[in-house]
Design a protein around this ligand. Structure first.
Ligand code: DON
Length: 339
């Protein structure tokens, strides 16, 4: 399925208008459709069922248009991409200083699920690795499991503009098999970095990872961050503008795990990946990108998704520190009054 839609049209409607940027995404899709490097996540049976051929690219611009190629309606579990948005919620619930006492913002060379804390402060390294994400989930306010989950789903609805469901079999599998996350959580409990409601928080963490989105949703979520926290479709605020820079900073430095340094060097835009195959990336003020392809590299990042982000960033000179003339100008490819 390939289409190019106006943000104001219903999610199922399609338009035949082919802008140059739409053609560009279509070319990217065709270029990487044949790239078969990587493997589908198989640590739980539900994820192993993913078809390696699934592939979708969606870009949303803050002023109300989106462009897409491939399978952008196919649902997948958000997995670790949720960590960025939960971090935003924790900041809103407690403010920057308190959150910083519980979770650092240092990149780490360790794997995303390593059982390691900062030795001096006992804080997890950053909110994008599992330890940090469990700590930020612990910070989500609410009276009991149901209310806390409701709040998360409400905020994710603000980001996507639609109600989202949890993939219950994925949640149950994660809960029954993921003792590594349990070990991380109890280590943090030992150091007083998380509260006693640890099993409730772990459930919440597994549930947030099991929320189902598609590449379109992901592009709207990232476009919301690119748009200062306001969803460009609904006009609703999903994140206090004060915290957008915090979320984007940790996404830039830590969002691609132990590939983050190379990611900043090569791509240079904030991004977050998940083992469901999604990558969300943000060009502040300009674009939100959502890609989906379940073939992952050894670090858990989608292989095709990384290529797509790298090409978009390079071709349009979107790397944060780029000062050279880009190959293409975004203004020439997307109507200037839309940017
Ligand atoms: O914590 C876990 O193991 C998973 N539910 C999420 C991991 C994940 O997405 C890592 N990302 N690439």
């Amino acid at each position: 399925m390939v289409d190019n839609q106006d943000l104001n049209s219903s999610p199922s409607s399609t338009s035949t208008i082919a802008s140059p940027f739409y053609n560009y995404l279509q070319e990217l899709y065709e270029r990487y459709q044949c790239l078969d490097d990587g493997t589908v996540a198989n640590y739980i049976p539900e994820l192993a069922l993913a078809n390696p051929q699934w592939f979708g690219i969606c870009v949303v611009i803050p002023k109300g248009k989106f462009f897409q190629a491939g399978e952008c309606q196919r649902l997948f579990t958000i997995q670790s991409i949720s960590k960025a948005f939960i971090y935003g919620m924790a900041l809103e619930d407690h403010g920057r200083d308190y959150v910083n006492c519980k979770v650092s913002v240092e990149p780490t060379v360790e794997e995303f699920n390593s059982i390691v804390l900062d030795e001096k402060t006992n804080r997890p390294y950053n909110p994008m690795v599992n330890a940090g994400a469990i700590a930020t989930t612990d910070l989500i306010k609410g009276n009991g499991a149901t209310e806390r989950l409701k709040r998360i789903l409400h905020v994710f609805r603000l980001y996507t503009g639609r109600d989202l469901d949890i993939n219950v079999p994925v949640f149950l599998s994660e809960r029954s098999t993921n003792n590594r996350n349990r070990a991380i959580a109890y280590l943090m409990l030992n150091f007083g970095m998380v509260t006693e409601r640890i099993e409730e928080t772990l459930d919440l963490y597994f549930q947030q990872c099991s929320i189902m989105i598609n590449a379109r949703d992901l592009a709207v979520m990232t476009a919301t961050l690119a748009n200062g926290g306001i969803n460009p479709i609904t006009g609703e605020r999903a994140l206090d503008e004060r915290y957008v820079q915090d979320v984007l900073s940790v996404m830039l430095t830590c969002g691609m795990y132990n590939y983050s340094g190379e990611w900043v060097y090569r791509v240079g835009i904030p991004a977050k990946s998940g083992v469901g195959g999604g990558i969300g990336a943000i060009v502040p003020g300009k674009l939100g990108i959502g890609t989906f392809s379940p073939l992952l590299d050894t670090r858990g990042n989608s292989v095709r998704g990384m290529k797509v982000c790298e090409d978009i960033a390079q071709d349009f000179g979107l790397h944060l520190f780029n000062v050279a003339q880009p190959k293409y100008n975004l203004q020439d490819w997307i109507e200037p009054n839309e940017l």
